[in-house]
Design a protein. Structure first.
Length: 209
């Protein structure tokens, strides 16, 4: 197995890393999990611990896993080989993680997340598609209406900041990711890239029956 452990230094998670869109990513990760109303959570790639800390404060039991011990995970392990029995957790999540492994390894990672989960899997990956049109309409006493139309960049992906691939680069469309998900025994029940944090593309999945 390729060694991915030295990609991200802990210093990466301080200073400029936690910009406003990153905090919005944390919000959508947390909101997605809280809405499921489940108890046991596995977070692969806890980063600076913001999400796991909040989920713990919300009364959930959270186990973290990372291939690098410098990030102080509960368990040192790769998303490709998680040392847990089948169905250990209600929710297995890996947000901003799967782009750090080659795309051909993603099916194995998704299958492993599905294996250790009882029911739900949550992932997010970078989405670099250009916005052609984006507008927000706010009408008094009514909900805000937002529209974003995006297109692929058609740029070849070049390995950068530990990213092997990103949605929007040539050959990495959302539909290709959806196909991988389906082939791994998972069904997408919610997919979104919110207008205030469009760089983060989320897939909430349930294990197929």
């Amino acid at each position: 197995m390729e060694d991915f452990s030295s990609q991200i230094n802990p210093d990466h998670y301080v200073h400029d890393y936690d910009h406003k869109p990153r905090w919005l990513s944390y919000f959508y990760q947390i909101e997605s999990v809280l809405k499921l109303n489940k108890h046991s959570i596995l977070e692969v790639g806890p980063g600076n611990g913001t999400v796991s800390s909040y989920l713990k404060m919300s009364g959930m039991t959270v186990t973290t896993a990372d291939i690098d011990s410098a990030h102080n995970p509960t368990v040192v392990a790769s998303v490709l080989d998680l040392p847990f029995p089948d169905g250990t957790f209600d929710v297995a999540m890996a947000c901003e993680v799967l782009e750090h492994i080659p795309f051909e390894e993603v099916p194995a990672a998704l299958s492993e997340l599905a294996r250790v989960s009882k029911e739900y899997v949550l992932i997010s990956v970078p989405d670099v598609r250009h916005s052609l049109i984006y507008f927000v309409l706010k009408i008094p006493f009514l909900s805000e209406i937002a529209l974003r139309i995006r297109m692929m960049t058609h740029k070849e992906h070049i390995f950068n900041v530990g990213h092997y691939w990103e949605i929007g680069k040539r050959g990495y469309s959302p539909s290709r990711v959806r196909s991988l998900i389906k082939n791994c025994g998972l069904t997408v029940i919610n997919e979104f890239a919110e207008n205030d944090a469009p760089f983060f593309h989320f897939f909430l999945m349930r294990k197929s029956q």
